[in-house]
Design a protein around this ligand. Structure first.
Ligand code: ADP
Length: 406
């Protein structure tokens, strides 16, 4: 059985076609910089296999539709494709950000599910629209094939009320479901399970802090294998300093910014989601560009990096306080997996918490799950490549079983 997993971000689409017996990745790829003058698709067939085929295309893609249509062409390529026709796929699993309090369990897409995703756009303005677009495009490109939505909020449903409630008038919760939901749940769930395996511990005995650092970043305090608290909130705007999102700020700043720039609420929301974070501080939103700018002496870029690290340290300390015992701190996603500089800065002067990073292990490049702490340190530090796609594919198959579709 083949499952296609689609993860539509604001300007990117990650995809994997997975043969579930194995499981084996048949093809994977990344569509980047949608909407920018120069977009790119990197498509790989059989990663790691002898007949591997990789193609890098540079092309302008104004919409997600354009990007996904090209992906289907590559998958069905007469010479190098891995399927001959779209109907060779059993189901498409979609990463979806927000289904509110109504919907967080993996769900077969129908009109009602689409409506709930649409209704929750205000809670995920950067993600729900491209997620929804991915579903609508896939419904057309893979006509008649089941589409399954896997929600980013699911893993965080175990948070206790003292973690998920905001200290606001209670009827904002009862009437409007205003509460912390948390995101990147599929990644935090996968990484927590892999950490337990790496430590040789049952998952339900694992206490860990999972640190997902990408364009969007979040952390989770995992207690006995379950989410106890997380940095993102009602929306993915809260918590850490991110590529274009501000993370935690004094809520009074909303009206100050509105007055200063003469903006309405939606415009302030946009300012905080798309014009803030690294981009707001130094004009750059990609960590690789930030390092390059720092090397040239850019002080604002250095400030952005320092703010990013400072905020992560604050949450690390807080989560140590909540968890008591921390078996592991685990880095994942684009920055977490690849940026040894950020990892070193985050873990520096944390020996009193039992965090001791090994410089050589930290600097070694690898795509494998690995320990980067010194032998014998109290808390293990790991890098675990996230695999949201496999997690989504597994949950998609579970839905197909539950719905008696296989
Ligand atoms: P998304 O949240 O869109 O899934 P990713 O997990 O792909 O994002 O992470 C993107 C971030 O990872 C970008 O800031 C990018 O600069 C950073 N990144 C990717 N590779 C490296 C690298 N080798 N060194 C430093 N940062 C990197």
């Amino acid at each position: 059985m083949k499952i296609l997993v689609i993860n539509c971000g604001s300007s990117s689409v990650k995809y994997q076609l997975i043969q579930m017996d194995g499981p084996e990745v048949l093809a994977s790829g990344l569509v980047e910089r949608i909407g920018e003058p120069e977009g790119a698709i990197t498509h790989k067939k059989h990663p790691g296999q002898p007949d591997e085929w990789e193609i890098e295309l540079t092309l302008r893609m104004d919409t997600h539709t354009a990007g996904l249509t090209k992906v289907v062409e590559l998958l069905c390529d007469p010479k190098e494709g891995v399927i001959s026709k779209a109907s060779d796929i059993a189901a498409v699993g979609h990463r979806v950000l927000h289904g509110g309090e109504q919907l967080y369990k993996p769900s077969l897409v129908n009109e009602e599910v689409i409506k709930i995703i649409e209704d929750n756009i205000p809670l995920g303005p950067l993600h729900n629209p491209p997620n929804l677009q991915g579903i609508l495009v896939a419904q057309k490109l893979f006509e008649g094939i089941p589409q399954v939505a896997i929600f980013d909020t699911a893993f965080h449903q175990t948070m206790p009320p003292e973690a998920f409630m905001y200290a606001l008038p209670y009827d904002l919760y009862t009437d409007r479901k205003v509460r912390k939901y948390g995101f990147h749940g599929t990644s935090h769930k996968y990484v927590a399970a892999q950490t337990a395996k790496q430590l040789g511990k049952p998952l339900d005995e694992l206490n860990a802090i999972t640190v997902h650092l990408g364009n969007g970043s979040s952390m989770a305090a995992v207690k006995n294998g379950k989410c106890f608290d997380t940095t993102m909130g009602l929306t993915p705007l809260a918590g850490l300093v991110m590529g274009t999102r501000c993370g935690d700020v004094d809520p009074a700043i909303v009206s100050v910014a509105a007055e200063h720039y003469n903006l309405d609420f939606a415009q302030v929301d946009d300012l905080m989601n798309r014009q803030s974070g690294f981009k707001g501080v130094c004009g750059l939103n990609d960590m690789r560009d930030i390092h390059a700018a720092i090397a040239k002496g850019d002080k604002r870029a250095k400030l952005a990096l320092n703010m990013f690290v400072h905020r992560i340290k604050l949450y690390l300390g807080g989560y140590y306080a909540l968890l008591g015992r921390v078996d592991a701190v685990v880095f994942t996603a684009g920055i977490g997996e690849n940026d040894s500089i950020s990892r070193r800065l985050i873990c520096s002067e944390m020996e009193h918490f039992g965090l001791e990073i090994d410089q050589e292990r930290n600097d070694a490049r690898s795509r494998e799950a690995r320990f980067i702490s010194k032998d014998g340190s109290k808390t293990a530090i790991l890098v675990i490549p996230t695999n949201e796609e496999l997690e989504i594919a597994n949950q998609t198959v579970e839905v197909l079983h539950a719905e008696s579709l296989i």
